[in-house]
Design a protein around this ligand. Structure first.
Ligand code: C5P
Length: 227
């Protein structure tokens, strides 16, 4: 099979990362969770007091971007490519509700987007990558070999994220998770730069009623058809 770039986009908590991780494992590819990069920048801004309510202090944040070391390392125990911010593994910290509630504000800043997109393109230079996010098929890799757009209802997605959070020590109520997902859907799909939308040549997969393994099987069948 030739080397591929696979782009997986969709709304929050559609299971993009789960699918991307399973797919990368199956194909022996690298998985990059692009949302984790926006979350890491948000964590940095929060920890350094650069966010006040809904206001991001861009004046302070933007000059720091070029000094930020954001990279992924494979954790052999979990099989997950985990994110590091300035040398610290922040994989768990970036999933906290506090970060989720600010990340879409950070992700709509043009300079933040171009910083992240440049990094993402570098990571895809050698192909053999599965990247998930919101604009991977439309902006980061418009020539991706395969583009999947995942979708499921907001209730189903909130239920999944809530159950995921229950397994960690990041407390949240179902209502707060549902509200956060709806808010992020809105900000992500209405922002000016790279709004979340299905690329014209993306394949729509609705996984509302599918298990992760069933979703994987559906996508592997699509890959068989193109390679
Ligand atoms: O995928 P996840 O929900 O972790 O992403 C967190 C946030 O990062 C999204 O709500 C969105 O605001 C932003 N994001 C983005 N573009 C991407 C990936 C994520 O704007 N490619």
């Amino acid at each position: 099979m030739r080397d591929l770039i696979i782009a997986i986009d969709g709304f929050s908590s559609t299971g993009k990362s789960t699918l991307a991780k399973l797919l990368a494992k199956e194909l022996g590819y690298i998985h990059i969770d692009s949302g984790a990069m926006y979350r890491a920048i948000s964590l940095y801004a929060l920890e350094n007091g650069m966010i006040d309510g809904n206001q991001v202090n861009e004046f302070e944040l933007l000059p720091q971007l070029e000094f930020m070391d954001i990279h992924f390392e494979l954790n052999p125990d979990t099989g997950k490519n985990e994110i590091f911010l300035n040398g610290e593994n922040v994989e768990e910290k970036i999933r906290a509700m506090e970060v989720s509630s600010k990340v879409s504000l950070i992700a709509k800043i043009p300079e933040v987007r171009s910083f992240a997109v440049n990094l993402q393109r570098k990571m895809g230079e050698k192909k053999r990558i599965v990247m998930d996010g919101r604009d991977i098929g439309t902006t980061v890799f418009p020539n991706a070999d395969l583009k999947i757009f995942l979708n499921a209802s907001a209730e189903e997605r909130a239920k999944r994220r809530y159950e995921e959070l229950l397994k960690t020590d990041t407390p949240a109520t179902f209502e707060a998770v549902f509200q956060n997902i709806s808010e992020r859907d809105h900000i992500d799909s209405t922002r000016e730069i790279s709004p979340l939308k299905q690329a014209e040549d993306a394949v729509l997969v609705d996984n509302g009623k599918l298990t992760p393994q069933e979703t994987l099987a559906e996508v592997l069948a699509i890959i068989k058809g193109i390679s």
